[in-house]
Design a protein around this ligand. Structure first.
Ligand code: UDP
Ligand code: MN
Length: 492
């Protein structure tokens, strides 16, 4: 009897030990799966099994909010600890010490950023946690939708593309990633073919799709979106790095309102040294000017939140990086398939969202780094203009240089005999409103006079219109007669 009791006690003890220990082993193996340290250029953190405190790897316990939603702390503290212990080139998002040999043109030519440097930084490199301190305390719904991550690429560098994938898988809760879809937009680089497929065999969540011809960014994203199975689709560029706990804050907003399209804050990965930094001026939101130039402007004080780490609305998204409920994306009609290569798509989708009862938000607690290139490395087929997309008919001024650019000076005149001066373009018509007429004169409606010139005195000035006078004739290289005609008819 006593011996039987002893056996029972021993057995119970073993059971308890197993219960306490086995889940950790389970979690540990899960954790191991997510570190892809078998890539050749990886820098390892210190080895050894990490200490897991208790069973609650996620830290704080879940809380039930007033709305009845259970929320929890989604931070992966083990991953954070692991990242903190890493050292080496580019670790903690530090700038790589560039030598003169690293700065050669060749390093930038193919990608528009320094691929030599990228190749020497671990695919699993650590990043600084530059979120607002409040982000560390935030809880998000325990039940979040999963997402397909869609990454279009055209001739992307090997290490920059893989670092994007690694960072996503390393810094996202696995249950929230339905899949990662890499969509190849007809690249011709060798490393993006068989080698990429072979590499991805070890990452069962990653799928590779390929376009049959060069489609441009929009149709390539659409191909990925059409194949996606996740409840949410998240678009990223092919040269990004997801930062700590980036995904739950995005998905949480969509869980609350499926018509919210959410954007992470986009940090800057330097194209020379790969240093990771926030953009200048964080309390900014997306906007555009009358020439459809996207810019970030300060959030008006009345709209600023008491807690600057809370999501805020934005009229337009920046373009490349956002998450959207998959069904809602298609209800919106996806993207206009007529959009070429690059540019303008963010307006199209943003306007549709607002017009269809949705909203657009920037999420300060979600941060993703993006390499802003030095220049665009790829060819744009047929010379399709990049920012072609919108012009406003009433902004008919005469400006110097690239007509699409904002910071320009315009022809300006104040009266029928004043000199013609150059003044900052204000886009408000008035003194800067000109009409280019069939007789090649430049008419100034405000003063009812025309631009005249004196080649000998080398000046231009306003004068009474004199049709046929050679000194009042101006030749513009390219004009659209129909548009001009319509414009001149519409404005007196
Ligand atoms: N891209 C593409 N096809 C193209 C041009 C670009 O698939 O014809 C991809 C590119 O690899 C990147 C994304 O679309 O993942 C956005 O392009 P890019 O990074 O050049 O734009 P930027 O960030 O410079 O605005
Ligand atoms: Mn990009």
């Amino acid at each position: 009897m006593r011996r039987k009791e002893k056996r029972l006690l021993q057995f119970a003890g073993l059971l308890i030990a197993a219960l306490l220990f086995l889940p950790n082993v389970g979690l540990w193996s899960l954790y191991r799966d997510r570190v892809f340290d078998n890539s050749p250029d990886t820098v390892d953190g210190p080895g050894g099994i990490p200490i897991i405190q208790g069973l609650n790897r996620m830290g704080k316990d879940a809380q039930v909010g007033r709305d009845g939603v259970r929320r929890k702390d989604w931070h992966d503290y083990e991953a954070i600890k692991r990242d903190a212990s890493r050292s080496g080139n580019g670790e903690q998002g530090k700038a790589f010490p560039l030598s003169e040999a690293d700065r050669v043109d060749q390093a930038y030519r193919e990608n528009g950023f320094n691929i030599y440097v990228s190749d020497r930084i671990s695919l699993n490199r650590s990043l600084p946690d530059i979120r607002h301190p409040n982000c560390k305390q935030k809880l998000y719904a325990e039940r979040l939708p999963n997402t397909s991550i869609i990454i279009p690429f055209h001739n992307e560098g090997w290490s920059s593309l893989l670092r994007t994938v690694h960072s996503v898988l390393n810094r996202s809760p696995p249950q929230l990633i339905a899949e990662v879809i890499l969509v190849d937009d007809y690249s011709d680089k060798e490393h993006l073919k068989v080698a990429l497929e072979e590499y991805m065999v070890r990452m069962p969540k990653v799928r590779i799709l390929r376009t049959k011809k060069r489609e441009g960014l929009i149709r390539t994203r659409l191909l990925g979106a059409g194949a996606a199975k996740g409840e949410v689709i998240t678009f990223l560029d092919s040269h990004c790095e997801a930062n700590v706990n980036w995904l739950p804050p995005l998905l949480d907003r969509i869980a609350q309102n499926r018509k919210s399209i959410v954007c992470p804050m986009i940090d800057v990965i330097d194209h020379d040294n790969f240093g990771y930094e926030t953009q200048a001026g964080d309390a900014m939101r997306g906007a555009f000017d009358w020439e459809m130039y996207y810019k970030r402007i300060p959030i008006p004080p009345e709209l600023q939140k008491e807690d600057p780490s809370e999501p805020f609305e934005s009229p337009v998204m920046a373009g490349g990086l956002f998450a959207v409920d998959r069904k809602w994306f298609w209800e919106l009609g996806g993207y206009d398939t007529g959009l070429e290569i690059w540019g303008g798509e963010q307006y199209e989708i943003s306007f549709k969202v607002w017009m269809c009862g949705g909203r657009m938000e920037d999420i300060p607690c979600s941060r993703v780094g993006h390499i802003y290139r030095k220049y665009v490395p790829y060819k744009v087929p047929g010379g399709v203009s990049l920012a072609r997309v919108f012009t406003f008919g009433w902004r008919e001024d005469v400006r110097v240089g690239d007509p699409m650019h904002t910071k320009k000076v315009c022809f300006d005149a104040i009266s029928h005999n004043s000199p013609v001066t150059l003044y900052d373009c204000h886009g408000m018509k008035g003194n800067q409103l000109w009409r280019y007429r069939k007789d090649k004169s430049l008419y100034h409606p405000v003063s009812n006079s025309c631009i005249d010139s004196s080649p000998t005195e080398r000046r231009v000035f306003m004068n009474t219109c004199d049709p046929g006078s050679p000194s009042q004739q101006w030749l513009f290289e390219r004009t659209n007669a129909t548009v001009l005609e319509r414009f001149n008819r519409g404005n007196n």
